[in-house]
Design a binder for this molecule. Structure first.
Ligand code: ABU
Length: 533
């Protein structure tokens, strides 16, 4: 893409001019593709497709949808395409034909609905989308997701998902090998929050198996520990499992957002002195905002000493295990009892793809199994250990493995390592560009991950003497700039407050499509949208 080398000023102008053009292209797409072979979909209904109707028509309809998707994907990769076409909910509702009617609509209408849906979707694979930890669109992983959708099965039994069950075994073992678990088990779950929930449940079951049948009254008060920067899902797990959010003790972090082992140990001791039972510590490998990695070996020492289950929430940072250059960030992870790792984040697999890996075999099953006789019959004609469904807290389970397996195979571990090193280098490039740039202030110097946290201070605030007023005004800057960037659709980046720090931007690089010019663009766009605040 030669046009990606343009100067910053050119980029801004070019972007604005291209927005309308690209939207028009999406809108006009079907007109351009209406050839003599195209059926008149305005007279055809879904009932005329398979299974009752014509296979030829089915193929033509699906090709039409796939063509729309391919056009969307191509447009998404052009930096000058809008990242989003933002409308307030009440306006967007007016633009879409959302109501379901008693009478069926034509296939032409469904194609229009697909196209309109795509028009207003946020382009999370766009090289200027920096808003979330998961971004990008890996094409092979997409192919995997399409295949998974077409097969439309459930991975609770080998009987109906033989190939995917075998793939799940292979991938979970590969992930455990990278962690350094010699044996163990694992499961794919719908996101990191649920993987964390599985971990807390497994830890409680190891300590107090009676909880499964008798409930929490069968145990003394159980207490969990997680850093004050850990993911909120740990508190969610405590709420769901009846442990209670008050029994999740926040452990203090140092200036870089890492859990302080000394604070952990003293809180464990306080808990024991009260007569309560510390049973679970969650360390984080890649915190959501600062991208901090907790000191895993020091935390493991404490867990060993007090006989506490050690979990590592590596939902974000787990991918670094694939990089020889960066895997030392997770030094000590092999000492954990369980690890959450989301390949849909740093590795770039499509959403959703999250795994819980365990050092211990058998706990998941013993903890979650309910032996439904209609599903997990004990007299089936194959090795029943291949029926994984009774390890899950869900019944039906989506097949998340295939898109990861296909992508990993297509890139090889070497390709994934290259990709992960690339996003690291891009984040470093961005950090070095803004570190000394007028108007930019770093929240964290020398970040160790691809989260870059910073404030933009508009010119008229730079000389403000009153620190309290400056802080209060600065708190409004990131939300105003973010709202403006969403209104014009040029880019997206997240913001949040943290501890005593007022709202700041959090750039995340996890998309292999990002180029340095996109990061240059973001800097210039923040300055353009924020200079008058
Ligand atoms: N832990 C869920 C992802 C949060 C984020 O994308 O910022």
């Amino acid at each position: 893409m030669a046009s990606r080398k343009m100067s910053l000023d050119d980029t801004t102008n070019h972007t604005s001019n291209r927005y309308g053009e690209n939207l028009a292209k999406l809108r006009g797409y079907r007109r351009d593709h209406s050839g003599p072979d195209r059926p008149d979909f305005s007279t055809i209904y879904a009932r005329e497709l398979l299974p009752q109707g014509s296979s030829e028509l089915t193929g033509k309809f699906l090709k039409e949808v796939v063509d729309q998707l391919i056009e969307y994907i191509k447009q998404e990769q052009i930096p000058e395409t809008k990242v989003l076409d933002f409308h307030q909910p009440h306006e967007l509702r007016e633009k879409l034909q959302l109501d379901i009617t008693d009478k069926p609509v034509t296939l032409e209408q469904l194609l229009t609905d697909c196209q309109e849906t795509l028009m207003y979707c946020v382009k999370t694979g766009h090289p200027r989308f920096f808003n979330q930890l998961s971004s990008g669109l890996d094409i092979v992983s997409l192919a995997g997701e399409w295949l998974t959708a077409a097969v439309n099965t459930n991975i609770f039994t080998y009987e109906i998902a033989p190939v995917f069950t075998l793939m799940e075994r292979v991938i979970l073992k590969k992930m455990r090998d990278l962690i350094g678990f010699e044996d163990g088990d694992g499961i794919f779950a719908p996101g990191g929050a649920i993987s964390n929930l599985y971990a807390v449940n497994a830890a409680r079951h190891k300590l107090a198996p009676d909880c499964k049948t008798k409930g929490m009254q069968s145990v003394s008060r159980l207490v969990m520990f997680a850093s004050e920067h850990s993911h909120y899902s740990l508190r969610g797990a405590a709420a769901v499992l009846g442990i209670g959010t008050d029994n999740v003790i926040p452990v203090r972090c140092d200036q870089r957002g890492k859990m302080m082992p000394s604070d952990l140990e003293s809180k464990v001791q306080q808990t024991k002195a009260r007569g309560d039972t510390p049973f679970f510590v969650s360390a984080t490998a890649g915190t959501t905002v600062l991208g901090a990695f907790d000191p895993l070996n020091a935390i493991a020492d404490i867990c060993d000493q007090y006989n506490i289950w050690m979990h590592v929430d590596a939902a974000w940072g787990g991918g670094a295990l694939l990089s020889k250059k960066h895997r030392s960030l997770l030094e000590g992870v092999h000492r954990a009892d369980s690890v959450t790792w989301n390949p849909h984040k740093l590795m770039g697999a499509l959403l959703q793809c999250s795994a819980l890996l365990l050092k211990h075999d058998g706990i998941l099953e013993s903890c979650n199994e309910l032996k439904a006789r209609y599903l997990f019959q004990q007299d089936k004609n194959y090795d029943l250990s291949y029926d994984t469904g009774d390890k899950a807290i869900q019944c039906g389970r989506h097949v998340d493995v295939f898109k990861l397996w296909l992508m990993w195979k297509g890139k090889g571990s070497i390709g994934l390592e290259t990709q992960i090193n690339l996003v690291y280098d891009l984040a470093k490039y961005f950090y070095e560009k803004i570190r000394d740039r007028e108007g930019f202030e770093m929240v964290l110097e020398e970040p160790e991950f691809t989260n870059i946290c910073f404030w933009y201070v508009p010119p008229r605030m730079r000389l403000m003497k009153d620190a309290a007023e400056k802080k209060q005004r600065l708190n409004q800057v990131a939300p105003i700039i973010k709202a403006r960037m969403m209104e014009c659709g040029s880019t997206m980046v997240g913001y949040q407050p943290l501890d005593d720090k007022v709202n700041f931007f959090r750039l995340v690089v996890s998309n292999a499509a990002v180029r340095r010019s996109d990061l240059d663009f973001l800097i210039q766009e923040i300055e353009r949208l924020g200079k008058d605040i």
